[in-house]
Write a protein that binds this ligand. Structure first.
Ligand SMILES: [Zn+2]
Length: 242
């Protein structure tokens, strides 16, 4: 279990690298921002559709998976409303607030998703160390783009580079928490696992489609679409290879 927690701590910290990278590349050209949001957006949508939802359904059935997914979407809809509530409309303030809101909601979705990543790593190592390393590799490969998903909108919302790195690192820290839970509960109940997986899937699905991709498209339509397609293709390739 110690091995699983240490490995997930290191793997989770890679999200901070994505955050640090964001401050170097975001805010330069609209096309670059669009591609750098589209790519992780497409990749995470691919992980949600090809990996998280099928596993959730396989563990405890469609009913629990649908319940978790709807709860995840619902929680994000409520947060989304609350975050802009009662603000007087102003185009300049609104642009910045929209980026900040997108970054914050992406962070919440990723936080939930990382607990499930950690749970997978923990369960993998509990089963057999080869499986644990495989899970850790899969998580490692998507964590750099995940850092961009949170980091790029925050940078566009004029958050400083050190804070962006700090926030993304914080989101990554939920990975070892998941590994710890996976070790303690040794997978928990099937219904609980399915709820967790589909809750994270639903919240990310909403945030990417409602917040992040529209912002990317507004920056540069073609490069946002190209980035998203490339991200989806990467997720499909990861699914096939690992
Ligand atoms: Zn992940």
């Amino acid at each position: 279990m110690t091995q699983a927690v240490v490995v997930s701590l290191l793997v989770g910290a890679c999200i901070g690298l994505g955050g640090a990278l964001s401050s170097l590349v975001a805010n330069r050209r609209p096309g670059l921002t669009a591609a750098l949001l589209g790519y992780p957006g497409g990749m995470v949508l691919g992980i949600v559709g090809l990996e998280a939802i099928p596993s959730a359904v396989a563990v405890a059935g469609l009913g629990w998976a649908a319940l978790g997914f709807l709860a995840g979407v619902g929680a994000m809809v409520i947060l989304h409303r609350l975050l802009l509530h009662g603000r007087p409309p102003s185009p300049v303030v609104d642009a910045r607030i929209r980026w900040l809101r997108a970054g914050f909601l992406a962070g919440m979705g990723v936080l939930l998703h990382n607990v499930m990543d950690g749970l997978g790593i923990g369960a993998g190592f509990a089963h057999e160390s080869g499986l644990g390393w495989l899970m850790a590799t899969a998580v490692l490969l998507h964590n750099l783009p995940v850092g961009l998903l949170i980091g790029v909108p925050l940078c566009m919302g004029q958050v400083t580079a050190s804070r962006v790195t700090g926030y993304t690192l914080l989101a990554g820290l939920s990975t070892p928490v998941g590994a710890l839970l996976g070790g303690v509960l040794s997978l928990g109940s099937p219904a609980g696992l399915t709820l967790g997986l589909s809750l994270a899937a639903g919240s990310l699905f909403f945030v990417i489609l409602r917040e992040l991709l529209p912002l990317a498209v507004a920056q540069h339509r073609l490069l946002a679409a190209a980035g998203t397609a490339l991200g989806l293709a990467t997720a499909a390739a990861l699914r096939l290879w690992l």
